[in-house]
Design a protein around this ligand. Sequence first.
Ligand code: MN
Length: 499
Amino acid sequence: MSALLFDYLRFFDTTLRDGEQTPGVTLNPEQKFEIACALADIGVHVVEAGSAAASEGEIAAIRRITEAGLDIECCTYVRALEHDIDLAADAGADSIHLVVPVSDLHIREKLRKDREQIRTMALSAVEYAKDRGLIVELSGEDASRADQEFLSSLFQEGVEHGADRLCFCDTVGLLTPERTAEVIPELLFAPLSIHCHNDLGFALANTVTALKAGASCAHVTVNGLGERAGNTPLEELVMSMEVLYGVSTGIVTEQIYSLSTLVSRLTGIALPANKAIVGSMAFTHESGIHAHGIMRNAKTYEPIAPERVGRKRRIVLGKHSGSASVQASLQELGYAVNAEQLAAIVKRIKALGDEGKRITDADLMTIADAVLQIECAPVLNLRQFTVVSGNRSIPTASVTMAVNGKEITGASTGNGPVDAVIRALRDTVSAVGDISLEDYHVSAIEGGTDALVDVTVKLCKDGKFITSRGARTDIITASVEAVVAGMNHLLREDDEKRG
Ligand code: MN
């Protein structure tokens, strides 16, 4: 492929090192192992598992990954110190990311040394690591602010002393694509990696430019995690190379979304809704014109098919919705409507949307029932619920509901009061249906402890999904309201007449 100077692009994932340096993120060895397995499965070539010198836990994580014999090179971050290199080798790492500061700012201010001292340290570290049998990636920290002659000579000598690969680190995200195109071709003494940060939003562009200029490996993180504004996101780079540059990356793109959600869950860093590729809105359409186009030909408003990254298209209803998307949603829920009924339903949806409400399936069904004058006695009527929670008690809930007119009480414990009450609700209705909770989302409208809490749930029964909402100042009541509303819609008779 002409877009790149080489025929094999490698991905070096540093989610477990630079990504873990995201403020507030810590991963234990088991969690690191789980992510490393997913990275190996998706086809990433190198995993930077951590820094052996940082802690015992880091060493345990590196061991856990290397001993499992995953199909991935296990790399660890080291400084130019024999102590760090010994720890990496003893933990069984395949390779080291040997990071040496190269800008005068870092050399003088951080290490209180001069360029020649750094050169000596770096070269002897390379030799020492080669003696210990490690693959060495010699990395210039803050390379974008370094004297280019010094960097070039250091890299050249590094390779002469045994370094297998080199890495250009734009440590604080100051590269531009223009500058990248200029500096990279001067440094190709060995396979070169590019490590970019996203402080000004240029990480992806700089990485792509470096690859086009001769770098053959990209440092990336899942979801773009990393110090400050993060690193080049794996998912964005892979899909850009595939879609825009026609490069076969060898990455199993269909696993991108599951990898992304795994990392988000284990790191506790939620994804921005509008994040490219993996954000909740990346394949969601509301506007009438767009949704209509999408239903005729998805290519009209989707640059890539959602299935390609393991996702599904979502059409949501709101004030921007046109009748085509409302009709499609109604059909999915089993309603057949005429033009007049459809117009009435669209009007009510727009009115709800104008109030700033997200329209759930349950909302649409309630509106449709009203317009079609379907009288439908709810299967479930909540009589009472009680929740006990505290710092010395196991969260416990009991629920009494009239199920088809018969009173049933259920109870459950949970890992929190909301969990306990939802389990109790499921227990109560288990006689009439096995309903699972697929998704639970809570947002507080305005700040403060007295804010209105908006709970949206996605429930499933026999492969049928439904979303519903509850909004109260009390999070437990809002959750109960959302779940009972959704259950009621799922439990309606299948043969019931809907228009
Ligand atoms: Mn970094």
